[in-house]
Design a protein around this ligand. Structure first.
Ligand code: PLP
Length: 429
C-alpha cells in the first residue's frame, strides 16, 4: 500500500525529521521498500542509494542473510533485559568485536545508539581517572569540525559552531578544543601540525580525561580526511601527557575508509573505541563501546565499584543477532577489494566535477566520495533534482557526498556519480 496524501500531510504537520522545522517542513520522499542498493518510492520510481542510510547499510537493503538472522532470532526472543541475564547473541557479538577491533580493546559495553556510545566512552574516561584518584581530570579535549552525536555529552564535544554551543551555553559541559589537523590524508605531516595538541596537553593535562576524535575521517562536521601520521603523533602525545584517547569510529568502522577501522591507517590502538552505524548492517540501532582490560578493571576498583550505565535495551538480542550475521558477511567476503573498487570508481567518476564552477574540491577515501561546493546548497531545491536523476543523495551545507553500500555495482556507481555531476552542472551560475 502506498503512502497517501493524507498521510503525507499528517507527517508534515506532526512529525519531526532529523534537524527539521515545524513551520517550514522539508519535502519528504516516501519510500515503500528497499532492496540491494535501490530505494523504491511510492510512485514506483527507484533510486540508487548513495547514502547507505547514513553509513550503515553496507551490505545493501533486504539482504536474505540478515533477514534470516532477524527472523530466527525474533522467533526465539526479541528482547530480554541484560541486568543479571545474558544470551548467546550478545556473547558472540562481543567475541567478534574483541577479535576485530585494534589490539587491547577487549571489554565491551553494548548500547542503543552512537550518541549513547559516545556518552558511555566519556563516562568511562571520567570514571577511570576518578578511580585513579584524579577527579580533576574530567574534561574532554576535542577537534574542531568534529561530530560525536546529539545528546548533551556528545554535543559538548561537537564543533562549537555547527553544534550551536552558543544556543546551549550554560547547559553544555565546557570542553577544550583544538583545530582539526591541517595535514590531509596522504600528505607528509606538516611542520607544527601537532603543536596545538601538545600545547593544550602541556597546559591542561591535569584537567583532561580524554582526547576524543574521529580517526582519519571527520564525518558530519565536514567530511574531511586527515593524516594518519598526525593520528599517530596524537597517540604518542596522549601517552606522554597521560590523557586517554577515545576513537569515535561510529562512521568509519567496519571497512568504510579502506581499513576495517580507521585507526589501522596509523597502526594505533585507542584506549576506548565507539562503534555504531554499520554494526547491524543498517538493520536497526545498536552501538558498542570497547575499552582495555586495564581501564575496565580500574573503573571497577573505583568508588562506585561498577561502571555507572545500563540502558533498558542494552544488548538487545535481535540487534545483536543481526550484527553477528552482518559481521560474518563482512568477514566472509573480500570487503577490502570491494571498498577499493568503489574508491577507484568514485575517484574516476567524480573527478569531472572539479571542472564545474560551483565546485571547490573533490576528494575520495575508501568508499567515501565528497564534492565540496563554494556555496551551501538549498536542500529543498537540490533534493528533488537528485530524485529526478534517479539517485538518493542528501547533501549538507557545502558538501555533496556519498558513501554507498559496498555491494554497489560499477554501473550503479557510474549512474550515481553521473547524476551528481549532471545536477551540479544544472546549478552552475
Ligand atoms: C552518527 C555519528 C554519531 C551518532 O550516532 P547516532 O547513532 O546517530 O546517535 C556519533 N559519532 C559519529 C562519528 C557519527 O558519525
Amino acid at each position: 500500500m502506498s503512502i497517501n496524501e493524507e498521510q503525507l500531510a499528517f507527517d508534515q504537520a506532526h512529525i519531526w525529521h532529523p534537524y527539521s522545522s515545524m513551520i517550514n517542513p522539508p519535502p519528504m520522499t516516501p519510500v515503500e521498500s528497499a532492496t540491494g542498493v535501490r530505494l523504491k518510492l511510492s510512485d514506483g520510481r527507484e533510486l540508487i542509494d548513495g547514502m547507505a542510510s547514513w553509513w550503515s547499510t553496507i551490505h545493501g537493503y533486504n539482504h536474505p542473510r540478515l533477514n534470516a538472522a532477524a527472523h530466527t532470532q525474533i522467533d526465539r526472543m526479541s528482547h530480554v533485559m541484560f541486568g543479571g541475564i545474558t544470551h548467546e547473541p550478545a556473547i558472540e557479538l562481543a567475541r567478534k568485536l574483541v577479535e576485530m577491533t585494534p589490539a587491547g580493546l577487549d571489554r565491551v559495553f553494548l548500547a542503543d545508539s552512537g550518541s549513547v556510545s559516545a556518552e558511555v566512552s566519556m563516562k568511562m574516561a571520567i570514571q577511570y581517572w576518578h578511580a585513579r584518584g584524579k577527579p580533576g581530570k574530567h574534561r574532554m579535549l576535542s577537534l574542531r569540525n568534529g561530530y560525536h552525536g546529539d545528546t548533551f555529552g556528545a554535543m559538548s564535544v561537537c564543533d562549537p559552531v555547527t553544534g550551536m554551543h552558543e544556543l546551549f551555553s550554560g547547559v553544555l559541559a565546557q570542553q577544550f578544543f583544538i583545530p582539526r589537523p591541517e595535514t590531509r590524508f596522504g600528505q607528509p605531516l606538516l611542520e607544527g601540525d601537532l603543536d596545538a595538541l601538545e600545547h593544550m596537553l602541556s597546559e591542561h593535562a591535569d584537567e583532561i580525561a580524554a582526547l576524543i576524535l574521529e580517526p582519519i575521517v571527520q564525518g558530519a562536521g565536514g567530511m574531511y580526511f586527515y593524516s594518519p601520521e598526525w593520528l599517530k603523533g596524537a597517540r604518542a602525545l596522549c601517552d606522554r601527557y597521560e590523557v586517554l584517547m577515545i576513537a569515535d569510529e561510529i562512521a568509519t568502522g567496519f571497512g568504510r575508509t579502506g581499513k576495517l577501522f580507521a585507526c589501522e591507517h596509523a597502526g594505533i590502538s585507542p584506549d576506548i573505541i565507539c562503534l555504531g552505524k554499520a554494526l547491524t548492517g543498517g538493520y536497526m540501532t545498536l552501538a558498542a563501546t570497547l575499552t582495555t582490560a586495564h581501564i575496565g578493571e580500574t573503573i571497577s576498583k573505583g568508588g562506585a565499584g561498577c561502571f555507572m550505565h545500563g540502558p533498558t535495551f542494552m544488548g538487545n538480542p535481535l540487534a545483536c543477532a543481526v550484527a553477528n550475521e552482518s559481521l560474518t558477511l563482512l568477514q566472509e567476503q573480500d570487503w577490502q577489494a570491494e571498498v577499493s573498487r568503489i574508491e577507484g570508481q568514485l575517484k574516476q567518476k567524480l573527478a569531472p566535477a572539479v571542472e564545474l564552477n560551483n565546485v571547490e574540491e573533490v576528494r575520495v577515501l575508501g568508499a567515501i566520495g565528497v564534492v565540496q561546493l563554494h556555496e551551501p546548497v538549498t536542500l529543498a531545491e537540490i533534493q528533488p533534482l537528485f530524485v529526478d536523476a534517479g539517485i538518493w543523495v542528501r547533501p549538507f551545507g557545502k558538501l555533496v557526498y556519498v558513501m554507498p553500500p559496498y555491494v554497489m555495482s560499477n554501473d550503479d556507481l557510474a549512474t550515481l556519480c553521473g547524476g551528481i555531476i549532471e545536477v551540479l552542472h544544472g546549478l552552475e551560475s
